[in-house]
Write a protein that binds this ligand. Structure first.
Ligand code: 3H9
Length: 690
């Protein structure tokens, strides 16, 4: 047999083992020998039952995503599942780790599925902008019912072994070494004798489907799709499984799969899948990492509290430091309240809440940070304050401790230079709420030691963050680009657009919210304080802040908020204020369309991203995409600003920016060398990235 698929006959039970590290994807070099093995075993009289298992850390995690977009080599997964399904002897899948996508579709071709206690099963294709294309939408509903299958396929979220057992997807769950259990199970099934019904013929559950409630559920899910095609196609395919004969539903699934896999949305989502993994890679990966057992957090406000929770959730004991006993108690009380909300929502058990809270040690004494291996400073955004804190840390922290600042803008090189150990200093820029938001910008300062950097990249993954390493500049990658977007949004208001029009153009584009909704949510005072510190102004936003309109938290910002409401309503006062300011500046309002709004806010964003790449603040264009999708809600179906720029065409972006600069009386638009090169070559590759 091939090195990717091997077969042993253990007393009449054939064990087929797939071995394709790291995740046993169903690449061509697996599919071909797998098909040959199944055909041979079907006719082998010495074999009474077949077990399909995997070597390594997981069962098959899906089709090989790197093969998408290329001509598919035969045999395809569908043919393998069909060949498996006609075998008359019992076939048993032994699932450990994850059976995802094509991996789950493969096991749906077996008569039985047994799983290790820790196994997870799911069809996450929707997250790649496609739908299960190996019969998953047609077979899964036959085992778990149409509504359950709909939820699993449209969300893409895997379920654990015991839930899968309860749902009828798995026939038995075992502890310990799974293969011997699977072999015994298969032998027992063979002894009992058939006939063994393939999943395709098990339509008892489907017949009982209440189509009205199915459609209501599907409509609810479609409403959350925000312009993505895949969730809608997934729902349609599962509905087909209920309403069409098996083979017709299978053919319809195929047609949808072929269409989606070629779509820009799926290309964008596959780009992001690999981009997130790429962003985690540092040059010189053999660096020995430092040990991190305890984390210190300075500041128990919103940011510090969230950061402390993120580490506690990842299993780290945390020392939380505040300047006064009152501030510390307030911070700890907020943390406790946040966990209590999770318990009420059912996402955390009372026991887990107790365990997490037990991870916290509060203090007002810097000496208590002496046993921390990493300290994250999350104090006031002020250079003098930061330097004072780092000076105190320098005096008490252990010699190899990593000293991080959560600054959003400040010069980390300057902070590092103010203490005796600049090699241990770096930035950990969390996004609010830090215990929820996935993104972590890890800022490498000029003198940051490679082992300190490698340690925090690893740590970021251990606490479930998507990490991107960036360089020092004002605002790093995300906030620097955000500033480019913000100044144009404000200009559009003055020229005649309303906050609602701009926000709607954004949500129609696929953003979860527009810039003004986001500003109101985050608090307008944050940007105001930052602008004042830098001597900058934003006529409308500054005036709103002067009036005490900080956004949702004060009930008034760009919008008006009823008590406790999260959605704002347009405020005629704000619209009048905008018109007044425009009149004072001699601007005559005009009608502004959605296309102009998108071009004038997002093309400058791309332009700033190109400059960031040129300056090597980001190592790869795809790192910028990861930042924007995970930290700012750039639509996944567009792949992030730099990927989207490729779809738009850099030549068009340059041409339109030239146009808008002329129209709005700015200097002539000067594209940087990288944006220009992108227009010529269609690639963001810099000299550094090749
Ligand atoms: C599908 O099945 C379509 C079918 O319905 C239809 C077919 C007709 N292919 O994530 P990690 C690589 S669509 C190729 O860091 P972890 C990954 O890039 C598929 N490569 O590990 C990385 O490479 P590198 C549906 C893959 O332990 C390395 O493996 N399935 C694939 O943190 C390690 O990955 C999915 O969407 C793949 N399918 O997490 C599941 N998967 O080292 C996608 C991974 O060079 N995979 N790689 O950077 C996952 O969710 C996670 O990888 C998994 C492991 C949970 C399995």
């Amino acid at each position: 047999m091939s090195s990717s698929v091997s077969v042993v006959n253990e007393g009449g039970v054939a064990i087929v083992t797939i071995d394709n590290p790291p995740v046993n994807a169903l690449s061509f070099h697996v599919r071909e020998p797998l098909m040959q093995a199944l055909v041979a075993l079907r006719d082998d009289a010495s074999v009474a039952a077949i077990v399909i298992a995997c070597a390594g850390r997981t069962f098959v995690a899906g089709a090989d995503i790197t093969e998408f977009g290329k001509p598919m080599q035969q045999p395809e997964l569908r043919a393998i599942v069909a060949a498996l399904e006609v075998i008359a002897k019992p076939t048993v899948a032994a699932i450990h780790g994850t059976a995802l996508g094509g991996g789950l579709e493969l096991v749906l071709g077996c008569h039985f599925r047994v799983a290790d206690q820790g196994a997870k099963l799911g069809l996450p294709e929707v997250k790649l902008g496609i739908l299960p294309g190996g019969g998953g939408t047609v077979r899964l509903p036959r085992l778990v019912g149409a509504v359950k299958a709909l939820k699993m396929i449209v969300s893409g979220t895997p379920i654990g072994a015991s839930a899968a057992h309860g749902a009828g997807l798995v026939d038995a769950v075992f502890e310990g070494d799974l293969t011997p259990h699977a072999v015994n199970f298969a032998r027992e099934m063979a002894r009992k004798g058939g006939p063994f019904t393939p999943v395709r013929d098990r339509d008892e559950l489907l017949r009982g489907t209440d189509l009205a409630s199915f459609d209501a559920e599907a409509a609810d899910l479609a409403g959350k799709a925000r312009g993505l095609e895949a969730p809608i196609a997934c729902a349609q395919a599962v509905r087909n499984a209920v309403t069409l004969p098996f083979d017709e539903a299978l053919a319809a699934e195929r047609a949808l799969f072929v269409k989606l896999v070629a779509s820009d949305q799926s290309r964008a989502q596959r780009h992001l899948f690999f981009a997130e993994r790429e962003a985690a890679k540092l040059p010189g990966k053999d660096v020995v990492k430092r040990r991190v057992a305890r984390v210190g957090v300075i500041g128990a406000g919103t940011m510090g509290g969230g950061i402390a929770m993120a580490f506690a959730n990842g299993g780290f004991p945390v020392t939380l430091l505040e300047t006064s006993h009152e501030a510390l108690q307030r911070g700890l009380a907020t943390i406790e309240k946040n966990y209590a909300v999770s318990v009420t929502r059912g996402s955390l058990s009372e026991d887990a809440k107790r365990q997490r809270l037990a991870q916290f040690k509060g203090s007002t004494d810097y000496a208590d940070l002496a046993d921390c291996d990493l300290v994250v400073e999350a104090a006031f955004e002020d250079m003098a304050v930061k330097k004072e804190i780092f000076g105190k840390l320098d005096a008490v922290a252990r010699p190899d401790a990593i000293l991080a600042t959560n600054t959003s803008y400040l010069d980390i090189d300057e902070i590092a230079a103010s203490i005796s150990r600049p090699q241990d200093v770096l930035g950990l820029h969390f996004f609010s709420p830090a215990n929820v938001m996935k993104l972590l910008e890890i800022v490498r300062a000029e003198k940051t030691a490679p082992d300190a950097l490698a340690t925090v990249v690893d740590l970021a993954h251990r606490i479930g963050k998507v990490a991107v390493v960036v360089g020092v500049c004002h605002g790093f990658v995300g906030n620097r680009m955000l500033a480019a977007r913000g100044s144009e949004s404000e200009a559009l208001l003055l020229e005649g657009a309303t906050p609602r029009q701009i926000d709607e153009a954004f949500t129609d584009f696929g953003w979860p919210m527009g810039p003004f909704q986001m500003g109101d949510l985050a608090g307008l005072d944050i940007g105001w304080r930052n602008r004042k510190a830098r001597g900058l102004t934003a006529v409308i936003a500054d005036t709103l802040c002067e009036q005490g309109r900080f956004g949702q938290k004060t009930g008034r910002g760009f919008y008006l908020y009823e008590a406790g409401a999260r959605a704002g309503v347009p405020d005629p006062e704000v619209e009048a204020l905008i018109r007044d300011k425009a009149a004072q500046m001699g601007i005559v309002p005009r009608t502004i369309g959605a296309e102009e709004i998108i071009e004038r806010t997002l093309y400058p964003l791309v332009n700033e991203g190109a400059k960031i790449l040129e300056e090597r603040i980001a190592a790869r264009a795809s790192d910028i995409d990861v930042v924007w999708v995970n930290g700012y809600g750039f639509p996944v179906g567009k792949g992030g600003p730099m990927f989207w720029a490729g779809l738009e065409g850099a030549a068009r972006i340059i041409e339109r920016l030239e146009h808008w600069y002329r129209q709005t009386g700015k200097d002539v638009f000067q594209p940087g060398p990288l944006l220009r090169r992108m227009a010529e070559t269609g690639s963001w590759a810099t000299d550094a990235t090749g």
